[in-house]
Design a protein around this ligand. Structure first.
Ligand SMILES: [Zn+2]
Length: 448
């Protein structure tokens, strides 16, 4: 499936058609006329990944707590995708799928990714990240001239990114910012830690939260030992998570000020997204990476681009459509390896309708074709089917009463995944990474 390529060619219709054959023969070809586009097309790209941010905890997505005042203001001038879904519920496969525009099982560390396309098209490229499961050791630095991995959160990476932006403002650039500020261990500084749970007294305090939740999840040898938190402790967990969101949002104010100062909104596409959500007992447990339910897949996707009005788009879209979208907005050809379909038609109003979103997490595979969500475990053979129109919280598995629909969607999922030409990527093996990297993963709660 290379619909994105067709969209890109349409967008390039105003340019010389002489380089069409070159574009088709090479996965990444040099643009011939980007200079002439300067006045009408955005030139640069800034992507901000807020790791582990579920959409329904964001103000502009309707959350009752004031978690994101700065992002909400930014979104007023942006295109907001109200129903964007990640293709995996953990960091590595979701980012890989998004940057490579492929289903997770068809993505791999050595496959062409967005940064490489931009680098080959003359962009200066840099990433300031939290490392961990998007470490350079896992292939994520490919295409970046500079790839920083810091455990400082945005408080440490934003000043570095700001210095880099000032240095490269007059060139064509791609900046990727990524933070685990919202991710476990839910330990933001004050006043954010107690902002939403002022009078709490109990066991859930910053440093302890991670091990308590891992115990709820029955990780680290806790298997079979029934343990869970009381209601007030659960509320505290959510309050700490929300405090982390507000903390990250507060940092973003610095980025927005810099954008104004450097006049970036004039010629730069800004994108905020998250790689997956987080469970808070929606299906009986916590954290992420163990299921493909909506609380782990529904993520914010906010895009601000010159020459386009603010808009809210209710159509359902997969995150793997983002990279082709950005290339089209930047008037660059979409490589044939990218399987997603540009969202520019939805932004411009020339296209409409929900798109199918697949998701994969280890043995779990899902096919989401609204209103139906089909989930299958290749380990246990368990099959689930939910009617999200009647059951948006996925509480009633109706696979037994709608076997025809379950079989149809299973067949579609099989056919789609069979198209992927990539080798399945093994999950992260602690044995293959070095001690420093292990320490980072431990701090994030992936291993103990
Ligand atoms: Zn993540």
């Amino acid at each position: 499936m290379s619909l994105g390529f067709g969209f890109a060619l349409l967008a390039l219709g105003a340019l010389s058609t002489a380089c069409t054959s070159e574009r088709e023969s090479s996965p990444v070809s040099k643009p011939k006329a980007t200079e002439t586009l300067a006045s009408t097309q955005p030139m640069n790209l800034v992507m901000i990944g807020l790791d582990t941010l579920r959409a329904d905890h964001v103000g502009l997505y309707g959350y009752e707590r004031p978690t994101t005042p700065n992002l909400d203001r930014f979104a007023e001038a942006s295109v907001v995708f109200e129903r964007a879904y990640s293709q995996a519920s953990s960091t590595r496969p979701s980012h890989q799928s998004m940057f490579q525009s492929r289903p997770p099982s068809a993505a791999a560390a050595n496959y062409l990714a967005l940064a490489e396309v931009l680098l080959e098209n003359g962009f200066r490229t840099a990433a300031f990240t939290g490392g961990g499961n998007i470490s350079s050791r896992l292939g994520f630095a490919r295409g970046f001239e500079r790839y920083e991995e810091r455990d400082t959160g945005l408080a440490g990476t934003l000043p570095m990114a700001a210095a880099w932006l000032r240095e490269h403002r007059d060139e064509r650039f791609f900046l990727f910012l990524h933070t685990y500020d919202i991710h476990l261990p839910y330990d933001p500084p004050e006043p954010y830690a107690s902002m939403f749970s002022e009078n709490y007294e109990g066991v859930v305090t910053g440093p302890k939260t991670r091990s308590l939740l891992r115990r709820v999840r029955e990780l680290d040898g806790f298997e079979g030992k029934s343990f869970d938190l009381e209601t007030n402790d659960r509320e505290r967990v959510v309050a700490l998570y929300d405090g982390g969101i507000r903390y990250a949002d507060n940092q973003l104010a610095h980025l927005f000020r810099l954008a104004e100062e450097l006049d970036l909104y004039r010629d730069t596409v800004f994108v905020f997204f998250s790689d997956h959500g987080e469970e808070f007992w929606d299906h009986g447990t916590t954290i992420h990476s163990h299921s493909l339910y909506q609380e782990q897949l529904h993520v914010p996707l906010i895009l601000r681009t010159p020459k386009r009005d603010s808009k809210r788009i209710a159509d359902r879209v997969p995150l793997m459509d983002l990279s082709p979208t950005l290339l089209e907005l930047l008037a660059l050809p979409v490589p044939s390896a990218f399987e997603g379909e540009s969202l520019v038609g939805l932004i411009d109003g020339s296209d409409t309708g929900d798109r199918i979103a697949i998701a994969e997490q280890r043995a779990l595979k899902s096919w989401f074709e609204y209103p139906w969500k089909f989930i299958r475990s290749t380990d246990t053979g368990r099959v689930e089917l939910y009617d999200l129109e009647k059951d948006p919280l996925e509480q009633n598995n109706v696979a037994d009463t709608h076997p025809d629909i379950a079989i149809t969607l299973s067949d579609r999922l099989n056919a789609r995944l069979a198209e992927g030409s990539g080798d399945a990527v093994p999950e992260l093996e602690p044995g293959i990474v070095d001690p420093e990297h292990l320490e980072r993963l431990r701090a994030l709660g992936y291993i103990e």
